[in-house]
Design a protein around this ligand. Structure first.
Ligand SMILES: [Zn+2]
Ligand SMILES: [Zn+2]
Length: 273
């Protein structure tokens, strides 16, 4: 009987400001958790690249993760990547960062949306703003990143929901901004990019993946084919968490294949669970 090869395409190490464990220790846990492959995607926030010393963290991430890759060869496929936040805040810098090293996989993210003075999506007081207007602008900012050649996949496209639904307990109805949702998903498809099923929400009060079933189904309906699954682990213990649930959800939404990336080229794996 064939078993599903579990691949976690979003993992942080202690080379991210909020990451806890070394690449070696993360790999050890990944093997223990029966993973076949992981992608290290440490943070790189382009808007505060020098101020917050991402230049040094990105360098060390690549160096340390390469060592872990060599040490675990034959046991675990280790992919080298980055999670680039706000790449279009300084596009020429973002282009330089992703082309400087031989990366396997680049995630594009927004953590500090435009118009909030650098405030993180975790800190915004959603009960004091128009959340529909906010999400409409957030999706439009993400669709610009979808057309940026430097990334392969958009990460956690509904990340603000962690707070909007998980903390402020507001029910968000995507159909009220259906045009914005569709524009984003179509832009992803048109540019040949992937979207990520981020399973970190399953370990948090929101209790569901980002995006959730509604948007994953819509992406499939519109013709989306490339989908990755990532735990967004910031500790070794969380590596691989929720990956099986994410794969099952992809299948439920009509996907027959998952995508992972080697040297920035998409590779498809059949879903067999
Ligand atoms: Zn992120
Ligand atoms: Zn992340």
């Amino acid at each position: 009987m064939k078993t599903q090869r579990l691949i976690d395409m979003h993992v942080h190490t202690d080379n991210s400001p909020d990451g806890v464990h070394s690449p070696m220790y993360v790999c050890e846990n990944a093997v223990k958790n029966n993973l076949g492959a992981i992608a290290f995607t440490d943070h790189c926030e382009v808007d505060t690249y020098y101020k917050d010393k991402y230049n040094s963290m990105v360098f060390h991430s690549y160096f340390e993760c390469s060592k872990a890759r060599a040490a675990f060869r034959g046991q675990l496929l280790v992919l080298l990547g980055l999670e680039i936040g706000q790449p279009l805040s300084v596009p020429e810098l973002a282009d330089k960062i992703v082309s400087e090293k031989s990366y396997d996989f680049i995630l594009g993210s927004i953590h500090t949306p435009k118009g909030f003075g650098g405030m993180d999506i975790k800190e915004i007081e959603y009960d004091k703003i128009d959340v529909y207007k906010f999400m409409s602008e957030y999706f439009s900012e993400l669709s610009e990143i979808a057309s940026w050649k430097g990334c392969d996949c958009l990460s956690h496209i509904t990340a603000p929901m962690r707070r909007i639904e998980g903390k402020y307990h507001m029910n968000f109805d995507y159909s009220l901004i259906q045009n914005d949702v569709d524009n984003l998903l179509k832009e992803v498809i048109r540019n040949g990019k992937a979207i990520e099923i981020n399973t970190s929400g399953l370990r948090q009060p929101i209790g569901k993946t980002m995006p959730d079933e509604t948007l994953i189904k819509r992406y499939r309906e519109l013709g989306g084919t490339k989908i990755t699954v990532g735990s967004d682990a910031h500790t070794a213990q969380d590596v691989g968490k929720g990956i099986t649930d994410g794969i099952k959800l992809a299948k439920k939404c009509g996907f027959q294949k998952l995508t992972f990336y080697v040297k920035r080229e998409p590779i498809e794996v059949e879903i067999i669970i």
